[in-house]
Design a protein around this ligand. Sequence first.
Ligand SMILES: Cc1cc2nc3c(=O)[nH]c(=O)nc-3n(C[C@H](O)[C@H](O)[C@H](O)COP(=O)(O)OP(=O)(O)OC[C@H]3O[C@@H](n4cnc5c(N)ncnc54)[C@H](O)[C@@H]3O)c2cc1C
Length: 501
Amino acid sequence: MSHDAQVIILGAGPVGLAAATLLASEGVQVAIIDRVRIPIHHPRASHVDDETVRIMQALGLAHLEPDFVHYDSGSCYRIYDAHDRVVMEMPWGQLTEQGWYGDNQFFQPDVENTLRGRLQTSSSVATWLGWEVELAEQDEHGTTVAIRNVRTGARRQLTAGYLIAADGVRSRGRALIGGEIENFNASHRSLILDVFELVPSDKVRETFTRATAPNAVTCVPSARGIVRFEFMLTDADDVSDFENPERWYELLTPFYRPGDYRIERADVYAWDAVVPEEWRKGRVMIAGDAAHEMPPHMGQGMCSGLRDAINLAWKLALVIKGEAAEALLDTYATERRPHARAYTQAAGAAANAVAFLTAFPGDPNEPLPAAHVDLPEPRLGPGLHDGEPAPAGALSIQPFLADGRRLDDVVGYKFAVIGDADVIAAVTDATKAAWQRLDAVVLTEYPAQLQAWLQARGAKAEIVRPDRYLLGLAKDAADLDRLTKAMGLRDHRVPSAMAAD
Ligand SMILES: Cc1cc2nc3c(=O)[nH]c(=O)nc-3n(C[C@H](O)[C@H](O)[C@H](O)COP(=O)(O)OP(=O)(O)OC[C@H]3O[C@@H](n4cnc5c(N)ncnc54)[C@H](O)[C@@H]3O)c2cc1C
């Protein structure tokens, strides 16, 4: 049956754009749909972690990174209680084993605009910007989406083999999957103000949350000279009051003298901390905010969404190319959901702690209230690495090469087999054939940092997946054979030309 595309993506936010970019890099034909013709300019993500910058590197966005804002060694994100006592402290990450800074401030529209521009000129991608999705459905042959042009009212239908719903918190695609929604009971509302400083204020040089009544405030010095303010509303607050510009200037009075700043963007948001139980049904998968909604207190919503995109795209490409069975897509949900769930739970707990401290400031002479927030364990849930010992299922490291490039610049969005030449040379022909079919990059010369890292774990080689997670470590060729076979690629036959070698 012929379709308009192999994959339809609902939503050209950062997650839909990332999935489209990665699928297109695999030669998959994509149609991406969004009701807005230019990216949303409301205040949204400002923080990304090192793993996310590594994903941006895979998306060809590394050139944006020099404009990101990093923090000095020793600087922290601090939460203060109403009595000005530090309740929680999270150190900002310095340069990490991922090859990037642990914490970065960036400007979300830069990412979306760049990706949209690239997709516009890609021969693998049809962009439907300014088109609203009215209906999405699936049957055993594929998925169908009914769309309407928001300006002209023209209607069309698009069909594809698969559908990724990256259409945000009010996802239509999610309705195709159904199921229960896990709720961490952390519903909050905040006024967000993005302020451009004309005269820098010494009151906003560090990143903090102050749980002072009536409205806790979070302040984040961000990229492009912008300082992000988040004022948490109480249950008694009326949203319309916080949508009133008079109120905005009043709230900023403790931080700036009049005329020393201008407000760039303002919005009141309502957040929940929720994760649907099901992420895939048949040919439909959800990703990004459609798959996990969280308060912004960990700066992890978009980070989690980009992890979804990079996890899903290579798997879907392998299935579409006939290299892997559809069962591979099951590992998308089993690997990603627990990971995203941990961040959602932590973000919900942080938001609840701030609300609690604001509502119940306590006695300054009493010991500090407990407001501990566990940082999530960054390992995938059960999936392709099952049965392999840690660090399988965790992120691989990205060392710098002698010429100053980073490892992923050589690998690209592909599998990488990296290790000692004699170990790699001794694998079976079936393994070699599988690597060839995966278009895996095999490296036998690699940085000393990685050699030491492998050695410290008793390994001589590693297999890294395109999403940079470790399939596993190998001490010998038999381990590499086992890891490769466990992937369950569809055809493990040896091409006759190779068998003869
Ligand atoms: C104030 C704020 C601060 C934040 N801070 C951070 C942070 O510091 N770090 C971080 O990682 N994350 C942060 N986030 C979260 C981050 O912005 C989101 O997680 C991210 O934008 C989600 O991307 P997405 O592509 O999944 O969804 P979205 O960005 O919501 O994109 C969905 C797209 O789908 C389109 N769409 C929806 N329905 C339809 C339809 N029916 N038809 C056509 N198109 C449709 C929409 O127009 C939209 O473009 C923050 C969010 C907010 C609001």
